[in-house]
Design a protein around this ligand. Structure first.
Ligand code: KIV
Ligand code: ZN
Length: 519
């Protein structure tokens, strides 16, 4: 069999919307710096288009898109906008510094969205499509138009809107399955129908954007590629509204592993997939499901005796792709008490981190402190430690010390010292268990209205001295944030996670306050 040379017509453009649709999901808020770090990694990984945010949504969104646009090296930087002229203009301003930039403008076309959400007649929507694309084209010649709720749109009307959008200058046409309703055969047929019936269909690239409400986002996206779609919109770890979006790593590895039935290719460096997953998980504090395809911690683990036996004889017995191809390295003992700065820096580089100055020094001190308490330090320990260092660098409240009295004789209590804006404050609090006592103490020192929505503990590595990683979600009004803390002591990790979430809420409160003051 002769190897096929990949041709441009089979290349699937990977459009990553982790920073827009992904960040939009409840609790997945990222800080400005976290967004920059994620964007930089996506760019290095070979993502073709990075949807960096929704610039009109807030000053914070605008600033992040603008900064990502300034730093972009290879990827096209894209911003989202509704059909309103001021949305489109604001989006154009945000992406302006990028060497390659795109405006993505969308409008609902389904009967239910037009009637209840837009409260407009189809002929008005049709005119708005032409106006929004025309306005976007005046800013840049790379314009994507999306028919929101496209999979529930009447075909005749969808064809008319798509034709009008292309005529007005749209270069990419996206038909989202906004509510995760379609199935592979139906989505395939929808694109086939559009490519056959829309007279100017050959003047634009068609794009798939699938939500995972019925668990078919990836299958639907791949069916779309078979129907001629050459852009797939996806997110790292599949994060996104409700059940999420199609997962980038699954799309890319399905195309790579099953090129016999999916004869396409992408420009993604797949060895960076695990790193991207970990970074997004740390930035959003959304844990990755253990059995998640490609990047879950069990994705390459073989537990049963029969499987282990097969693997020892030949890895192909139970592995359809190698762990190395997605950047999984065998967990190795990496550092200890006596490891030096140089070895630590080298390790960080290997794990994909770039720390310098105070941040590097602080991370190194944390490593030393950890090595005093934990015998074996693994890659996962270092990742947990550095992710926490990055997340807490600008925190207003920091944990100074914690002593807890726990056990069968209640009430359990905690003595807690916090550094709040540079001042040390101490409190003793009791509660229904040690974690409750700690959280009560934090509430006494930093009064707040936020409600605890999630508290989850898991071990970073194996063994009784393993670091515990705790996730906490706090909600205030209709906004929720999640944060993680890691420490060999589960209670210290709990305090760190709670403070992390509180710091995120406070940072957001300060941003909103500044925005109101500026208006
Ligand atoms: O799901 C959706 O319809 C979207 C559009 C804004 C593209 O995210
Ligand atoms: Zn979406």
């Amino acid at each position: 069999m002769t190897a096929q040379t990949p041709s441009d017509k089979d290349r699937v453009v990977i459009f990553d919307t982790t920073l827009r649709d992904g960040e939009q999901c409840p609790g997945a808020t990222m800080t400005h710096d976290e967004k920059l770090e994620v964007a930089e990694l996506l760019d290095r990984m070979g993502v073709d288009v990075i949807e960096a945010g929704f610039p009109i949504a807030s000053e914070g969104d605008f600033a992040a898109v603008h900064e990502i646009a300034k730093r972009a090296k290879n990827a096209v930087i894209c911003g989202l906008s509704r059909a309103a002229p001021k949305d489109i203009d604001r989006c154009a301003e945000a992406i302006k510094p990028a060497p390659r930039r795109r405006i993505h403008t969308f409008l609902s076309t389904s009967p239910v969205h037009m009637k209840y959400k837009l409260q407009k007649e189809p002929h008005e929507v049709y005119e708005m499509v032409i106006a929004q694309v025309t306005r976007a084209r005046n800013h840049t010649d790379d314009v994507e138009w999306s028919a929101e709720d496209g999979t529930r749109t009447e075909h005749d009307f969808l064809c008319r809107c798509v034709e009008a959008a292309i005529k007005a200058g749209a270069t990419t046409i996206n038909i989202p399955d906004t509510v995760g309703y379609t199935v592979p055969e139906e989505y395939y047929a929808l694109f086939k129908m559009l490519r056959e019936r829309v007279a100017n269909a050959d003047k634009a690239v068609f794009s798939a954007h699938c939500h995972n409400d019925l668990g078919m986002a990836v299958a639907n996206s791949l069916a779309a590629a078979k129907a001629g779609v050459r852009q797939i919109e996806c997110t790292v770890n599949g994060i996104g509204e409700r059940a999420g979006n199609a997962a980038l790593e699954e799309i890319v590895m399905a195309i790579r592993t099953r090129s016999d039935v999916l004869p396409f290719w992408t420009g993604i460096d797949t060895t960076m997939l695990t790193r991207a997953s970990k970074l997004v998980s740390a930035a959003t504090s959304f844990p990755v499901q253990y059995n998640k395809a490609i990047v879950g911690r069990n994705a390459f683990a073989h537990e049963s005796g029969i499987h282990q036996d097969g693997m020892l004889k030949n890895a192909q017995t139970y592995e359809i792709m190698t762990p190395e191809s997605v950047g999984v390295k065998q967990t190795s003992l990496v550092m200890g008490k006596h490891s030096g700065r140089h070895a630590f820096m080298h390790k960080l580089e290997e794990l994909g981190y770039k720390l310098a100055g105070n941040q590097l020094e602080d991370a190194f001190l944390r490593l030393k402190a950890l090595a005093d308490r934990k015998k074996h330090i693994y890659d996962e320990d270092i990742e947990a430690l550095v992710d926490e260092e990055i997340a807490t660098a600008q925190d207003r409240i920091k944990l100074v010390s914690l002593t807890v009295i726990a056990g069968t004789m209640g009430p359990q209590s905690a003595t807690l010292t916090l550094d709040v804006d540079g001042r040390h404050q101490t409190v003793q609090a009791s509660g229904n268990g040690p974690v409750d006592a700690i959280f009560n103490g934090i509430k006494t020192l930093v009064p707040h209205e936020a409600v605890l929505e999630l508290f989850q503990v898991h071990a970073v590595t194996e063994g009784t001295d393993a670091q515990a990683e705790v996730s906490v979600r706090l909600a205030q009004g209709d906004h929720a944030v999640t944060s993680r803390g890691a420490d060999p002591d589960t209670l210290v990790a709990s305090a760190k996670a709670y403070l992390g979430a509180l710091n995120k809420l406070m940072a957001r409160g300060a941003r909103m306050h500044a925005q109101h003051a500026a208006q």
